[in-house]
Design a protein around this ligand. Structure first.
Ligand SMILES: Nc1nc2c(ncn2[C@@H]2O[C@H](COP(=O)(O)OP(=O)(O)OP(=O)(O)O)[C@@H](O)[C@H]2O)c(=O)[nH]1
Ligand SMILES: [Mg+2]
Length: 699
């Protein structure tokens, strides 16, 4: 494969809802251009894009796949993305590497709600788009109906460039309204036959072409004028109008066919090259803007091979054979293999290894990659997905992308203790590949917590962990990190005295406990006068207090937000020791807590739920049943953003519940808000559960 130039490259994302046919379409495009001898299929698990075993057995893509090929002198870099919302990060990161999108509709399975979210991502990135109406080989499919539905939901203006043709009820090809030819093809051959439009199709073709002309004319004043004067537009005007209208995102050219029957590919390839912008075209519209990392001033780059090198890392894989591969969209300049550069996001020097073009999991080594191209770089050490790498004399940082916050957490139970390190290492690597995963060890509950965007996301991650790193874990709901505190002031004596002949132990202190405002933490005061407790033992008193605070008296949870003052005590000239004062202080704290109105606290989360307005009532009802308190509501398009405070204990399994309450249309994010007191009726249950856990941990 040859290197392109910024004007002869197209970077295209295939996006849509699950099952629309994106992966099959990437296979059909690859077949058409001759890079594979025959088409694989998703049910058979042999497509070039879905090569990970977790994708193969689910029959769904779980990560973006890069397929690079050449077609009639243009390099086309296709990124096939997953439709499942759990993997939204793969779509978002791919869109940042692209200049255009093919939105795929499955006419057989119909539209699915996920398309709205995908469309939102495309709009956020202001990317020009083509529509491909797929599955027209299936019985009962209706090209016009699904296009109309899509136009209504996404508020877009589709302009059909091809229409399907059938023989004996079977899809055999498409009529290309621009070339006014009939293009027939089949899954058996990569070739497409071209012929004049048969007489019986002439009238309908004329009607479609007139409609096409009208839609294109409406995109710009000059064209409207020409159309009104001449009653038609020349081929050149049509192509110009389509090109400009697509780039300005006023219209969406619509192509159609069937991926698995290999119908409609020639027109689609032609439309990619003609109507989706090259990196150069797009940069003319949207400058490649970033910031200078030291001065934070805004700066720009051109997709020019002579400019200083810069690139955005949009994907990382850790392959058992290839090792670590970082996929980079080269924004400016030229990147050479085995060269050194700056990671401007982390201010570290990087040394790149070999460079590769990719066809799914197959890689072809290359020597350099130019502005606008996409390339995989081996062996980068520090660069993570979202980072900018560049020429160290011309630093620039491009904006990263919004990473979907994990909303679902599980505690991991390892099969044997000596596998903890393996699990931890494996998961850290998987997190590098997938930034919407989170893995951490909770110091308080000692649990390993894996958080993801949804159920499939977590399950597929654990399958990968088993396959790639040979370790298995069980999932549990994570524990709520409860805390304890006090409501009133109390005083108590802690006295530890042991005199068993010889050297004894003696420590004696009086402690005053007072509640502190929530979030204030712990304060310790020494008010000893006259040496009742010698100064060198005071730190031991504080240590004893802190140790006792690790396990409160209600259910053994850590104590927070208290002030402790040591104000009196006594000592023994021989038997007093640090150890004795530590024990005495621990005893004193526990005793004082008993009369200080102890209370159990739980973390409360600030939750934001986005739902279509007709479902707000259902979601509020559910949040109320979770002890949630609604804080307010904002309107965003057809959606409402509900803000609520809800105890964490009620939110662990919320993701699948929200999905089922809203048919997949709702989404939420949450973050810690505050610790608040657990209602009395729930305290008994928590204490009981904690006791049982303690018993099972010791048995
Ligand atoms: N009959 C028919 N089936 C198709 C066509 N395109 C795709 N399929 C089938 O539809 C199913 C889903 O196709 P995929 O290509 O995996 O869909 P996808 O959009 O990649 O789905 P996700 O990866 O889950 O987002 C598979 O069983 C395909 O074989 C088509 O044009 N005609
Ligand atoms: Mg797929």
């Amino acid at each position: 494969m040859q290197n392109g130039t910024p004007s002869t490259i197209r970077n295209v994302v295939l996006a849509s809802y699950p099952g629309a046919g994106k992966t099959s379409l990437s296979e059909a495009l690859a077949f058409s251009t001759g890079i594979i001898p025959s088409m694989g299929s998703v049910p058979q698990g042999n497509t070039i894009a879905d090569f990970e075993p977790e994708e193969v057995h689910r029959h769904h893509s779980l990560s973006s796949a890069l397929i690079q090929f050449e077609w009639q002198g243009t390099r086309i870099n296709v990124l096939d993305t997953p439709g499942m919302l759990d993997y939204g990060i793969e779509v978002q990161s791919s869109l940042r590497a692209a200049d255009g999108v093919i939105l795929v509709l499955g006419a057989g399975i119909g539209l699915r709600s996920e398309i709205e979210r995908v469309w939102e991502y495309i709009q956020d990135n202001e990317l020009p788009c083509l529509l491909f109406i797929n599955e027209l080989d299936k019985d009962g499919t209706d090209f016009t109906a699904i296009l109309g539905e899509c136009e209504k939901i996404l508020e877009l203006k589709g302009v059909p460039l091809t229409i399907p043709t059938f023989q004996d009820g079977h899809l055999t090809g498409v009529i290309d309204l621009l070339s006014q030819q009939i293009l027939t093809s089949s899954a058996q051959s990569s070739k497409t036959q071209q012929a004049n439009i048969p007489a019986d199709h002439e009238t309908s073709t004329e009607e479609y072409r007139r409609r096409l002309t009208e839609l294109v004319a409406e995109t710009n004043d000059q064209l409207v004028e020409k159309y009104l004067t001449d009653g038609e537009l020349s081929d050149e005007d049509l192509v110009d109008g389509l090109t400009m209208g697509t780039l300005d995102r006023k219209i969406v050219p619509v192509l159609c066919g069937s991926a698995t029957s290999h119908v409609g590919m020639a027109s689609l390839l032609e439309a990619i090259v003609r109507f989706l912008p090259s990196p150069e075209d797009r940069a003319n519209l949207h400058a490649l803007a970033g910031t200078q990392p030291q001065t934070h001033e805004k700066c720009q780059r051109q997709p020019d091979v002579q400019a200083p090198f810069s690139g955005l890392a949009f994907k990382t894989t850790i392959d058992p054979f290839m090792g670590r591969l970082t996929y980079v969209r080269v924004m400016s300049g030229t990147l050479q293999a085995d060269s050194a550069f700056l990671n401007a996001s982390r201010q570290t020097k990087e040394k790149g290894g070999h460079l590769f073009f990719s066809i799914g999991k197959k890689h072809q080594q290359i020597h350099q990659a130019c502005a606008g191209d996409i390339v995989a770089i081996a062996k980068l050490k520090d660069t993570q997905t979202g980072d900018t790498i560049c020429d160290d004399k011309h630093p620039i940082v491009y904006p990263g992308f919004r990473i979907l916050k994990p909303v679902m957490s599980y505690a991991l139970e390892v099969k044997s203790k000596n596998e903890i390190d393996k699990v931890s290492l494996g998961l850290h690597k998987l997190v590098e590949e997938d930034p919407s995963l989170e893995f951490l060890r909770n110091d308080e509950t000692k649990e390993m917590i894996l958080s993801g965007v949804g159920q499939v996301h977590i399950e597929a991650t654990l399958e990968k962990l088993r396959r790639k790193y040979g370790v298995e874990v069980n999932l549990h709901m994570p524990k709520v990190p409860y805390k304890e505190t006090i409501h009133s002031m109390a005083q108590a004596q802690g006295k530890y005295k042991k005199q068993t002949g010889g050297h004894g132990q003696f420590g004696d202190c009086w402690l005053k406990l007072e509640p502190s405002p929530r979030g204030q933490g712990f304060e310790f005061h020494n008010k000893i006068v006259g040496g009742a407790i010698p100064r060198n033992f005071i730190p031991a008193v504080e240590k004893g207090v802190l140790e006792a605070m690790q396990h409160g008296i209600i259910a053994g949870f850590p104590v927070i937000d208290i002030q402790v003052t040591v104000y009196d005590g006594s000592h023994h000239p021989v038997d007093s020791s640090e150890m004795a004062f530590k024990v005495a202080a621990s005893m004193g704290l526990k005793k004082a807590m008993e009369s200080a109105q102890p209370a159990l606290l739980e973390p409360v989360m600030a939750v934001e739920v986005t739902v279509p307005d007709d479902l707000v009532g259902t979601v509020i009802g559910d949040l109320n049943s979770r002890r949630g308190r609604i804080q307010g509501m904002d309107v965003k398009g057809h959606n409402e953003i509900l803000k609520a405070h809800v105890p964490l204990a009620e939110m662990f399994a919320y993701a699948p519940i929200l999905t089922s309450l809203t048919a997949g249309k709702g989404r939420y994010r949450m973050e810690f808000f505050a610790y608040e007191e657990v209602p009395k009726e729930i305290v008994t249950r928590v204490v009981e559960e904690h006791k049982q856990e303690a018993v099972s941990a010791t048995s």
